[in-house]
Design a protein. Structure first.
Lengths: 139, 161
């Protein structure tokens, strides 16, 4: 079962490092999901796991299976391409739904933007009270 | 661009995907893959997809390099923000007037903005060609519009026309 021990030392060290960094990034993303207070900030946190975290895990998988099977295993690249091209669709739908609901409730988050104003800063709630309009129902 | 192969580039990509999935170059796989590639392109015709013309394909390598650098950098930045004191950031929305209009450029731009943590695509108005993104931390009043335009818009325009 311990096939990692059969690999040359540099390959097992590299594989372990990549898996650790990848899962570490996913963990930090999940912590961010809990710590950030508004919906629009929370959207950013899980992308840690779906970008660099994902690529680290995929690189580890490619390295491990290529060394273990003594032939290049590269179809993990496809996972990277599919995830990278499909996450924007999900995120766009989520953010659009949130903007729609905020507008419906009379607090348009994009209200200040216009020809003359390119940046609108939103304040970070300093207390633990989350913005009621952006918290999911039942939370 | 002809009746049999309306999207040659996309057909080639589909065939490549098929061969990569099967990890084999056997005649049967090439044959099946070609069938998938041709049929897939016809589906796009039925969907009224705009023609895909790639110019200066070698620039895609430079684009990939920039995305990789930005992705690593913004991953580190967001990870630091998550673990740091939560009041030390200024999130906000940024409005960017684009000049690219090609569907493929916009699709790639959406992937890039999503693939760099700390920025997310919020809205796009096709009439005014204005893009709104959300930025997790507007550091030092960086001009995000200029960053996106300078780093990505020009190169996308050169690749997709």
């Amino acid at each position: 079962m311990n096939a990692l021990a059969d690999l040359p030392p540099w390959a097992s060290v590299m594989t372990s490092l990549l898996v650790l960094v990848g899962s570490g990034l996913a963990l930090v993303g999940s912590i961010g999901l809990v710590r950030f207070k508004t919906f629009y900030e929370r959207v950013h946190a899980p992308t840690l796991g779906s970008t660099l975290g994902l690529f680290c895990i995929l690189a580890a998988s490619m390295l491990y299976f290529s060394m273990a099977q003594t032939r290049a295993v590269v179809h993990e690249i496809l996972i990277g391409i599919f995830v990278t091209t499909t996450t924007p669709v999900t995120f766009l739908l989520l953010v659009q739904a949130s903007v729609y609901r905020d507008r419906f409730e009379g607090s348009d988050p994009l209200a200040g933007l216009g020809e003359d104003r390119a940046v609108v800063k939103t304040l970070v709630p300093s207390s633990g009270i989350a913005n009621g309009s952006t918290a999911p129902p039942g939370c | 661009m002809n009746a049999w192969l309306p999207f040659p580039v996309i057909s080639a990509m589909l065939l490549g995907t098929w061969l990569l999935l099967n990890e084999s170059w056997s005649a049967a796989n090439v044959l099946f893959g070609s069938a998938v590639a041709v049929l897939g392109a016809w589906v796009l015709v039925r969907l009224d997809a705009p023609a895909l013309i790639l110019r200066r394909l070698w620039l895609a390598l430079e684009l990939g390099r920039r995305v990789a650098v930005d992705m690593a950098r913004s991953n580190a930045r967001v990870a630091r923000l998550v673990l740091k004191d939560k009041r030390a950031r200024t999130p906000g929305f940024v409005r960017i007037g684009l000049s690219v209009r090609s569907h493929y450029s916009l699709a790639v731009l959406a992937c890039i903005i999503t693939a760099t943590p700390g920025t997310s695509w919020v809205a796009y108005e096709p009439v005014t060609n204005v893009l709104v993104i959300h930025v997790l931390d507007l550091v030092d009043d960086d001009d995000w519009g200029v960053i996106v335009l300078v780093r990505y818009e020009g190169i996308l325009k050169e690749i997709f026309g």
